[in-house]
Design a protein around this ligand. Structure first.
Ligand code: NDP
Length: 458
């Protein structure tokens, strides 16, 4: 091993790379991490963390309104975007420093600059060559922008976090996590917000009831939802921008944010020249232990375009460190990964949708509850919480848990533990609720709303 400068050279100090580097160093490996942009990657800088801070900020708008019927007199309200962005930036800088300390503290060398793979064991950063027994590609992803005329006028989530002012009118293109989260953020802060999605109903791939419920609740909060809306061009107008749809509709905005997915960040890395196989989307193809087509090059996180979630990237980082430096071939168990969209209201889920369960299970029993949360009986807010349990009838196993409502992410995390442990509906029934909470509904649902054998569903 000493023939190389390092045992492991990690390219990219995001969630995946940092965790892999730290763990590898803790197992005694000599590790370097190259990072060209910012420590902490997408999640820390232009993803999960700043997004959640902005989502908190947006929610205050409702909190002030809701307080009134609880007896509070709330004075004049004014939202100041630059204050929020400055405080957010300060927190992100603090986190960047924490990542630096943690890596250095673990004995990892941080190399600033863009790395390029020059051969299966070598990378070049800023004109200097470094060698390692194993190279680990953890460069993440980058937002894609549809190839339409005027695309140079739009922004992506990367820029949305650094706008100098809150736009008065925002059009958001897309119907996935980023689009819906930013719709809630801009709408909550008072911008006139339109979400344009190309299909008939956003959040494709999630449970049908949840998608319909989300559309209802998001619209109630004031976001203008335009479905079956294919944006074909963007033009600069005298007083802002316009997005033109395929049917000729024109949407006016000051800012147009495209949130249309992310692509693996592989450009200029030298992967193809080195002989590393990429798939059609440009993602590094890896086996179950994250090894690429070259035995000395591994890849984890969004650059492999599997499950684009930070905790998954972190788990992959730990797995690859164990595989390489503890001699235990490890891969992540991708079953039942819980997820939350930090929209307004939140939506969380773990396991199968009803549609998937009907295809995959031996009979399905569905429990569903839609209700107004206790808080809103006094606040007067017309917000409905939705909870849904999907049970495999033959085994009584809970195979899907879905929630739209406040703190859905916090609640679904616990449900995910129950599902990992193989909980049955009878276990949910035997669990005493915590009263009064919304979450107790998950352990008190007794009457199924639908029952079907797979053949009946077909
Ligand atoms: P998603 O893949 O979630 O959603 C992309 C959306 O854009 C879909 O609605 C898709 O439509 C639409 N779309 C794709 N291409 C085009 C196009 N050319 N023109 C118009 N619309 C298009 O991507 P996001 O950017 O929202 O997020 C990227 C990933 O990051 C997510 O998948 C998620 O894994 C992760 N993420 C996680 C978060 C969390 O955990 N809370 C938060 C943010 C991101 P269609 O469905 O029809 O294909």
């Amino acid at each position: 091993m000493a023939a190389y400068d390092y045992d492991l050279f990690v390219i990219g100090a995001g969630s995946a790379g940092v965790r892999a580097g730290r763990m590898a160093a803790s197992y005694g490996a000599r590790v370097a991490v190259a990072e060209e942009r910012y420590l902490g990657g997408t999640c820390v800088n232009v993803g999960c963390i700043p997004k959640k801070l902005l989502a908190y900020a947006a929610h205050f708008a409702e909190d002030f309104e809701d307080a009134v019927n609880f007896g509070w007199s709330v004075g004049a309200r004014r939202f100041d975007w630059p204050t929020l962005i400055a405080n957010k930036d300060a927190e992100i800088h603090r986190l960047n420093d924490v990542y630096g300390h943690v890596l250095r503290g673990a004995g990892v060398r941080i190399i600033d600059g863009r790395a390029r793979i020059t051969d299966p064991h070598s990378v070049e950063v800023g004109g200097r060559s470094h060698t390692a027994a194993t190279l680990l590609v953890a460069t993440g992803g980058w937002p894609t922008v549809p190839d339409i005329p005027g695309r140079e006028h739009v922004i992506t989530s990367n820029e949305a976090f650094f706008l100098e002012a809150l736009p008065r009118r925002v059009v958001i293109v897309g119907g996935g996590y980023v689009a819906i989260e930013f719709a809630g953020i801009f709408n909550g802060m008072g911008a006139e917000t339109t979400l344009a999605y190309r299909g008939p109903l956003f959040l494709r791939g999630f449970d049908r009831d949840v998608r319909a419920h989300m559309a209802q609740e998001v619209a109630k909060k004031g976001v203008r939802l335009v479905f079956n809306a294919e944006v074909v061009s963007v033009t600069k107008a005298a007083d802002g921008l316009t997005a033109t749809l395929a049917d000729g509709t024109v949407l006016a905005a000051d800012t147009i944010l495209t949130a249309t997915g992310r692509a693996p960040n592989v450009e200029g890395l030298g992967l193809e020249a080195a002989g590393v196989e990429l798939n059609l989307k440009g993602a590094v193809v890896v086996d179950e232990t994250y090894r690429s087509s070259l035995p000395s090059i591994y890849a984890i996180g969004d650059v492999t375009d599997r499950v684009q979630l930070t905790p998954v990237a972190i788990a992959e980082g730990m797995a690859v460190a164990r595989t390489l430096f503890r001699g235990e071939a490890t891969s992540v168990n991708y079953a039942d990964i819980p997820t939350t969209v930090f929209s307004q209201p939140n939506f969380g889920a773990v396991g199968l949708t009803e549609e998937h369960a009907r295809e995959a299970c031996d009979g399905v029993t569905v429990y569903k509850s839609a209700f107004r949360a206790l808080k809103h009986t006094i606040s007067g807010r017309d917000e409905q919480t939705l909870m849904k349990l999907i049970v495999e009838t033959a085994t009584d196993r809970v195979v899907g848990v879905h929630m739209v409502g406040p703190d859905a992410g916090e609640i679904i995390q616990g449900m995910a533990v129950a599902m990992k442990a193989g909980a049955k509906k009878a276990d949910f029934d035997a669990t005493i609720g915590i009263h009064p909470t919304a979450a107790e509904e998950f352990v008190t649902m007794r009457e199924p709303v639908a029952q079907a054998r797979p053949e009946a569903a077909a």
